[in-house]
Design a protein around this ligand. Structure first.
Ligand SMILES: O=C(C[C@@H]1CCCCN1)Cn1cnc2cc(Cl)c(F)cc2c1=O
Ligand SMILES: [Mg+2]
Length: 572
């Protein structure tokens, strides 16, 4: 492609509201432009990378035997009512009315659509297992879109769904998808880890997320320093059940104390001259529609996901301040397990609370706490469970080594769904004994546009993007330093034609721009190889530069083919 005619608007300056490097570089290198908060258009350079990612995904999906389909983006609300999800999801589900006033959703995911498709066509175990995938735009009305395409309101996802007669068949498909994902992210040149995950609102049992290691990742991964154990912190199991407790005045009678102007555990500890591990934190949640108070020792954090899983809920959120006052008869920030609260709602405690005595808890009154409180003497809990976030230094749940943290960007997620959707929607098959059974499902997602950003986060330098060869929008950047110079112009054109005849994808910078502009743009766009035609054109000498290593050398045009052969052979 001749750059003179390509829609490739590069930016010299860093856009103000782009906080992370991938967002900055995707804008500066002319891969995309924002049209509204969380909404992007992909320009030719960006679209070429998207297509390369899709081709890798298709190749690996097809190898698992999954068939590509393209499902409807507009979903009739009725389907989402069948599974009850129309009411489970809030404003994140983008809804609209058609001209007949009928309700629709813009698809954020396609369990309902694919299950309704399969239930109408498949009746016998003989037609199972079934596996289909699509690569399509998804809509999720994120409250706070951020980090460019990493958290946008419209994104391209590959989503696959499989249908099985038996659990063994699902397990087999799950392994196939898992290894296909390992191949996909490896071929994209990503440094990633598969981690045990929580199945979130989707339900189901086994599930793994594929995390690209990056300090701007929103997910925290807990991994062992001496085994392959790795899990999303939401899921990572804390195996410790008994704790050294710091007990002072353990048998003193509890007493209310004024604690004005303290907001955090640290401030409270300082005010009362106690340690955080002598304080019990009480956090009120709404799990689906049930109120629960979860307790944890002051030096740890409650893990919301573990509370949700314990109560078997689909969604969990912090109890609203209004509800803390109205329903809990307490005061936000001063919730505690002693007194009326304890009698009305279920109180569950993390194992770190067991055996505490003489502790500090919220008094359910503004600016007041209660000192010298002992669980079991002053309040009872429904039970003690693993409800806290794992911390660095904890023993790894597999018993090997200790836990360390890393931040990750989720680019893939595979789930064993079970029969949640097939039961809700009547996707039934006749098994070999002639019995009606709900199909057993799996679902498997990859964030295609998110991969672009993740790759850039891991493959850039101070000058710009450094594309892995497998995803580079072009193979070669051909530059003539001075297109007005007859010799250079001639050699540039000749090389452009020859390279394309050799089936290289070439971006030819034939613009009448100063050399500095051309070289800066070239480094910014990050194509794997740059060929520069300059002053020595009449001797047939050109300069070749490898973007990643920075290695640069002058060679004769007759050596170019061998150079490129060697370079691209090494890269694949
Ligand atoms: O999407 C999944 C599970 C898998 C992921 C891989 C591909 C198939 N689906 C989970 N999830 C996430 N956010 C959502 C947002 C909205 Cl607004 C919604 F209505 C539904 C969902 C939702 O179900
Ligand atoms: Mg996920």
């Amino acid at each position: 492609m001749r750059q003179q005619h390509s829609f490739l608007p590069t930016l010299r300056d860093v856009p103000a509201d782009a906080e992370v490097i991938s967002h900055q570089l995707m804008l500066r290198a002319g891969l995309m432009r924002q049209i509204a908060s969380g909404l992007y258009s992909y320009l030719p350079l960006g679209q070429k990378v998207i297509r390369k990612v899709q081709e890798i995904v298709r190749d690996e999906m097809n190898k698992t035997g999954s068939e590509e389909v393209l499902l409807s983006t507009l979903h009739p609300a009725e389907l989402w009512h069948e599974t009850g999800r129309w009411d489970v999801y809030g404003p994140e589900l983008m809804r609209l009315k058609d001209r007949h006033e009928r309700a629709f959703a813009l698809g954020p995911t396609h369990e309902e659509v694919i299950t309704s498709l399969v239930r109408d066509e498949i009746k016998s175990y003989k037609k199972l297992p079934l596996s289909m995938y699509q690569i399509q735009t998804k809509f999720r009305d994120e409250r706070r879109p951020r980090f460019g395409v990493l958290r946008s309101r419209e994104f391209i996802m590959k989503d696959a769904y499989s249908f099985h007669a038996t659990d063994e068949s699902l397990d087999e498909m799950y392994q196939k998808m898992y290894s296909a994902y390992m191949n996909i992210f490896t071929r994209c040149g990503l440094n990633f880890r598969a981690v045990e995950a929580d199945s979130g609102a989707i339900g189901g049992t086994d599930t793994h997320e594929f995390m690209v290691l990056s300090e701007i990742g929103e997910d925290t991964i807990a991994f062992s320093n001496s085994s392959s154990y790795a899990a999303n912190i939401e899921k990572a199991e804390v195996t410790q059940t008994s704790y050294e407790q710091l007990v002072v005045d353990g048998d003193k009678e509890k007493q209310v104390v004024d604690t004005p102007n303290v907001r955090t555990v640290e401030e409270l500890a300082a005010f009362l001259a106690v340690e955080p591990n002598q304080i019990i934190k009480s956090v009120a949640f709404e799990v689906d529609s049930e109120i629960v108070v979860a307790l944890v020792r002051g030096d740890f954090e409650i893990n919301e996901t573990k509370v949700k899983v314990l109560l078997g809920g689909q969604t969990i959120e912090l109890l609203s301040p209004e509800s803390v006052v109205q329903d809990l008869k307490s005061v936000p920030g001063f919730v505690g397990p002693v007194g009326p609260v304890g009698l009305q709602v279920k109180i569950v405690a993390d194992n770190s609370v067991k055996g505490m005595a003489g502790a500090v808890v919220g008094a359910n009154e503004k600016d007041k706490h209660i000192q010298y409180v002992s669980p079991e003497r002053d309040f009872t809990v429904e039970g003690y469970y693993d409800l806290r976030n794992i911390v660095e230094g904890d023993p790894s749940p597999d018993g090997q080594g200790i836990i360390q943290f890393a931040e990750g960007i989720e680019v893939g997620h595979v789930f064993k769904l079970g029969t949640k959707y097939s039961e809700a929607m009547g996707a039934i098959f006749l098994d070999e004994n002639g019995k009606d059974k709900p199909m057993i499902m799996g679902c498997y997602g990859i964030g295609v546009t998110r991969i672009l950003a993740a790759v850039i986060e891991q493959n850039h330098d101070e000058k710009g993007i450094v594309w892995p060869v497998s995803l580079a929008p072009y193979d070669i950047h051909l530059i003539t330093v001075n297109p007005k110079d007859e010799q250079q112009q001639e050699l540039g054109e000749k090389l452009y034609q020859e390279l394309r005849n050799q089936r290289f994808d070439v971006l030819y910078d034939d613009r009448k721009e100063r050399p500095g502009v051309k070289f800066n743009d070239s480094d910014l766009m990050g194509l794997p190889v740059r060929i520069t035609v300059g002053k020595k054109a009449q001797e047939g000498i050109i300069e070749v530069k490898a973007r990643k290593s920075g290695d640069m050398e002058e060679i004769h045009v007759n050596e170019l083919e061998a150079y490129l052969q060697k370079f691209f052979d090494q890269a694949t």
